[in-house]
Design a protein around this ligand. Structure first.
Ligand code: SME
Length: 156
């Protein structure tokens, strides 16, 4: 897992740099999604969901990289993303086939990690990552993605 840590360190620096460049918030989130998907071998779909301002008990899909998803709106409580919206805690599902409350994106997805994003301690959205591997996620992913969530929250 040493290799992942090297990738995560490099990505943290790249994301930090990106945040200070010119460009809209949506463009930067799109770049971060692409960077994570392209650079981390076990990240196959990377995207952001945000609390819908018009419907605060629903998540709305933001920028993402990977296969299109039908889950552009997710009510709180539904699926992995909706559960994270409810209890505001990071969730790792190492095998989605064993999860009852799960919204399938495509049949290749085997596992998922969802990390909440907070702004001034208020839950505002989340980073959602799908993997085509079973059980690829470790505490290193969790710590790295929490860091990314903190960096991203500066943009919002
Ligand atoms: N699988 C998610 C739905 C979103 S897609 O992964 C993009 C879930 O169960 O909440």
């Amino acid at each position: 897992m040493r290799e992942n840590n090297i990738i995560f360190k490099k990505l943290s620096r790249q994301i930090e740099d990106l945040l200070h460049k010119k460009g809209s918030m949506l463009y930067k989130l799109q770049c971060i999604s692409k960077l994570l998907k392209d650079e981390v071998p076990h990240y196959d779909w990377v995207g952001f969901y945000f609390v819908d301002q018009k419907n605060p008990k629903e998540l709305i899909l933001g920028p993402f990289e990977g296969a299109p998803t039908e889950h552009a709106h997710i009510p709180f409580g539904q699926g992995i993303c909706g559960q994270v919206a409810e209890d505001e805690k990071t969730r790792i599902v190492q095998d989605v086939a064993r999860e009852n409350n799960y919204l399938p994106c495509n049949i290749d997805v085997k596992s998922e990690i969802v990390v909440p994003i907070f702004k001034s301690e208020k839950f505002i959205g989340e980073i959602d990552i799908d993997s085509y591997e079973i059980a690829p996620f470790t505490d290193e992913d969790k710590n790295f993605l929490k860091k990314v969530a903190n960096m991203v929250s500066e943009l919002l």
